[in-house]
Write a protein that binds this ligand. Structure first.
Ligand SMILES: CC(C)(COP(=O)(O)OP(=O)(O)OC[C@H]1O[C@@H](n2cnc3c(N)ncnc32)[C@H](O)[C@@H]1OP(=O)(O)O)[C@@H](O)C(=O)NCCC(=O)NCCS
Length: 219
């Protein structure tokens, strides 16, 4: 594991993906991805009720995401393919679980599900949360009915700590149950995210994590 370094990571590269801070110029690509995914997003993402949004609203929203990122208020990431021509989805290292924790959220465009993208993105963000941001804990919350979502933390070695009754987002006027999956810094070295190959860069483009270089350096 590399030493804890100065974040946040503005850009993260994995085998198939680029995760990076959203920019206002991404608005059309984001709109395209959401508009074709409305049905499956509405089932699980409360914000999708307000979709489709016009482009100017999306631009405003992405300016806000960018501002939150720069101000260390919240870290919302775009998930792109490697040449950044397609929005594969969205994710985040959310700050709402307190100073020493991050919560990962995710959605993947409807025509790219079940290809392992949410798992790949979450593994990379888990690595960044521990190795760059120096967190004690990473959580993933989801409905117990959302089997595709709950399989992501399960595959990555998160522990199912609890299912809170009626304390998740509101659906059909009622709060839904919410599963909490967590990984602690002490669990992390033995779990899959520690072995995932990632390159991460700060706002200046300086390397924060370079697994390929680490892998080729002598023991
Ligand atoms: C949940 C979501 C992000 C998963 O993204 P993804 O890229 O398809 O996830 P992955 O491919 O990494 O893993 C999904 C796993 O769920 C499994 N799965 C999919 N549908 C399933 C179902 N109905 N029952 C059981 N398992 C299911 C897949 O087989 C896959 O497991 P595998 O790799 O062992 O085959 C995506 O479906 C999505 O965007 N859903 C709508 C938004 C959402 O629910 N977000 C999460 C809110 S908590």
């Amino acid at each position: 594991m590399s030493e804890t370094q100065l974040g946040p990571a503005y850009r993260i590269e994995t085998e198939r993906l680029v995760l990076r801070c959203w920019e206002p110029r991404d608005a059309q690509l984001l709109k395209d991805a959401i508009d074709l995914s409305l049905e499956h997003l509405r089932e699980w993402m409360p914000w999708a009720e307000h979709e489709p949004e016009p482009l100017d609203v999306k631009i405003k929203r992405l300016r806000q995401f960018r501002a939150f990122f720069d101000l260390d208020k919240d870290y919302i990431y775009a998930i792109f393919d490697r040449d950044e021509s397609l929005v594969i989805g969205g994710s985040g290292l959310h700050t709402r679980r307190g100073d020493n924790a991050r919560e990962i959220g995710y959605w993947i465009r409807a025509d790219h599900i079940n290809l392992g993208y949410a798992t790949e993105a979450s593994a990379a963000l888990t690595k960044v949360a521990f190795e760059v941001d120096g967190m004690d804990r990473v959580e993933i919350h989801c409905s117990p009915k959302n089997l595709a979502s709950s399989s992501v933390p399960q595959k990555l070695g998160f522990v199912h700590e609890a299912t809170l009754r009626r304390r998740g987002p509101i659906k059909d006027g009622q709060p839904v149950d919410s599963m909490i999956w967590s990984m602690h810094a002490s669990d992390y070295p033995l779990q899959a995210p520690a072995r995932t190959e990632v390159r991460a860069y700060d706002a200046f483009g300086e390397v924060l994590i370079d697994e390929r270089r680490a892998a080729s350096s002598p023991e």
